[in-house]
Structures are given as C-alpha cells and as structure tokens.
Design a protein around this ligand. Structure first.
Ligand code: R5P
Length: 336
C-alpha cells in the first residue's frame, strides 16, 4: 500500500525525481505503457496495480501537441479509473488553452472551460496542481480542488542569489496591463517591494503574432537591470518588443522571465529559439514544459531553465498529508 506516482511519456523524468524525493514517505512509482498505433491512436496501460490507491499523474499538456496531449490525459485518467484507483490528482505544470478563457469576439468557444469540462468528466479526478495559470479566474472553471502555484516561488530565489541580495539595481516590469498582478507578486517574493513598471502592449488586428509595445509607466529603468515578468514566452513576440522598448528607455540588461517557456515557431522559416537568440534575449523559465538535456545545452547561451522537482515534491507531500498546507509553499515573508 502506498501513494502511486505515475507519468505520461514526456514527464517520466520529473515524476521519477519527485518520487525519489518522497521514497521515504510511502510513495511508489507506477509505470504506464503507451501503445501508439499506425493510425495515430494511442492506448495507455497502467502496469502496476493501483486498486484502492491514491494516485498522482504527471502530464505535459503541450507534448507532442496540446490537442494530442489532452486526449492522452483523458485516456490515462480513464485507465486509472478502470484500474480502480481511489483518486487521481493531476500534476499539470503547464496547462494549455488557458489563454482562451473568455469570448473575446463573437462566435468563438471558451476553450479553457471546455478543457475543464472534459477533465472533470472523470469523477476519480479530484485535484489539479499547476503553476502560473494565465489568469486566476480559471480556478472558477473547476469544481474540484485547484492549486495554482506561482512560478515566482522558484524564479525569485534565482534572482536573489544572482544579485546576492542587493536587488536595488533591479526593476520589475510587466509587459502588459493584464500581467500587473503577477509581476507585483514576483516583486513581493523578490524583496517585498510593491512598485513595478507596466508596459502597454497591443497586438495587430490581423491575428498574427505581431506585437507593438507603445509605452511605459513606472520607476525609471535608465541604467537599471530589468526583470520583465510574464506568465509565458510563446513565440517571443511580446517579450522581444517589450525588451526593445526598455532598451530604448535606457535599461541596461533585460531578463525575460516566465514560468512557461513554450517557444512556438513564429513563422515557418525561423524557430522561437533562433528568434530569441538573434534578438539578444536572456530568458529564465521554469521546467514546466519538459526539454531534453541536449535542448538545454544547445540553448544555454540565452536560456536558463529552473528545475521543479523539489517544489512539486513538497506540493505532492502537502496535498497528500491530512492537515497539510500547499499555501505554506508560496507564502510570502511577513504574511499568514
Ligand atoms: C498574453 O496575454 C500572455 O500573457 C503572454 O504575454 C503571451 O501569450 C506571450 O506570447 P508571445 O510570446 O507569442 O508574444
């Protein structure tokens, strides 16, 4: 008897590291096998008995595509339920489709809500653990327990260490108005400050990923280093345009910082990685989206990826312990 940790194909490395950290706490690793048919259908099979057990399933909702990943998740949940697991907690460090959280034009779906309905259709799924959702209101799409851990818990200590606690030279900036709360939270984790800068971002009306950054409000960035804090870097358009504007306003070094490094190709002839490297970016993200060792080595000149196994091991432990507190993991100093 024990609590079982399982992982879909792209998450085995993270899940086994988490399990290793919890091996003295009655956690066991259970293998899942995936059969991929020539027709592209997929069939999961749980290789260990989980009857009557609580299970934690680690999954990437990005690999190989967000759409394939959702089907794989639903099928794995079904396999666990049909294996008589007592409960399923989903550890989904990055959740796709969360940007489609409202009707922002006529005759479009609210895709984030559709995804929530699909996930909750399986009654054994009792809880979700994730990081930095695009907006906090996503929690309201779910009736099950939903723990949203701020990426700042991992990202702020990186900058505290890098600047050796002397953070007065660093200005925290949100690349758009929508991200103001997130950036202010990061600033709070950094050194308890409240003041941040905000940029005005506009996308061109043709649904392309062209981004225009128009202005800046906040403390002067002249001769300062800047942490440009967003929830995700996708094609890189937002962060590149904001960085260029900040340099124009006199900033020294600009760090593009986000929980999620998605890095989708902006066009057919260039990858996001090449585009960000060419633009001279320095990016820091967490490993919510798994990448190979080779990928990390090839991109280490501009990209730092921070591990999540310690944080997620604590999250798994707190959520599985009666009286445990997940909020204790992301409490800022001097708060309750
Ligand atoms: C938008 O509201 C998000 O917070 C990100 O700023 C955006 O999705 C990043 O996308 P990209 O890197 O393609 O500009």
């Amino acid at each position: 008897m024990g609590i079982h940790i399982l992982a879909t194909e792209h998450m085995t490395d993270l899940a086994s590291k988490v399990c290793e950290r919890l091996k003295d706490k009655n956690f066991l690793y259970a293998e899942v096998e995936y059969v991929h048919f020539p027709s592209q259908e997929v069939k999961p099979r749980i290789l260990t008995t989980v009857r009557g057990e609580h299970t934690y399933l680690f999954h990437s909702l990005h690999h190989p595509t967000p759409n394939d990943a959702m089907i794989k998740l639903l099928l794995t949940n079904d396999a666990l339920a049909r294996s008589s697991a007592e409960s399923i907690t989903l550890v989904l460090p990055y959740m796709s489709y969360l940007r489609q959280d409202r009707k922002d034009e006529s005759r479009v779906p609210i895709s984030a809500r559709v995804m929530a309905n699909l996930i909750e259709a399986n009654p054994k799924v009792k809880k979700i653990i994730t990081l930095d959702t695009h907006c906090d209101q996503i929690q309201g799409f779910y009736d099950i327990s939903f723990d949203n851990i701020p990426g700042s818990v991992v990202l702020a200590p990186y900058f505290q260490k890098k600047y050796n606690q002397d953070l007065s030279d660093l200005v925290v900036v949100s690349p758009d108005y929508g991200g103001t709360k997130r950036a202010r939270d990061f600033a709070g984790y950094l050194d308890g400050r409240d003041e941040i800068g905000v940029m005005e971002k506009r996308r061109s009306g043709d649904r392309s990923n062209k981004v225009e950054t128009l202005g800046y409000q906040g403390p002067s960035v002249e001769e300062k280093n800047v942490v440009l804090y967003d929830d995700m870097i996708d094609t890189g358009g937002s962060i590149i345009s904001a960085t260029q504007a900040l340099h124009h306003f006199g900033a020294k070094k600009v760090y593009a910082v986000a929980a999620h490094g998605i890095f989708s190709p902006p066009q057919v002839d260039i990858t996001a990685e090449e585009r960000l490297r060419k633009a001279g970016m320095q990016a820091v993200v967490t490993k919510t989206i798994p990448r190979s060792e080779q990928y990390q080595q090839e991109n280490e000149d501009w990209l730092t990826m921070l591990p999540l196994d310690e944080l997620l091991a604590k999250a798994v432990l707190e959520t599985s312990t009666p009286g445990g507190s997940i909020s204790s993991l992301f409490r800022k100093k001097n708060t309750t």
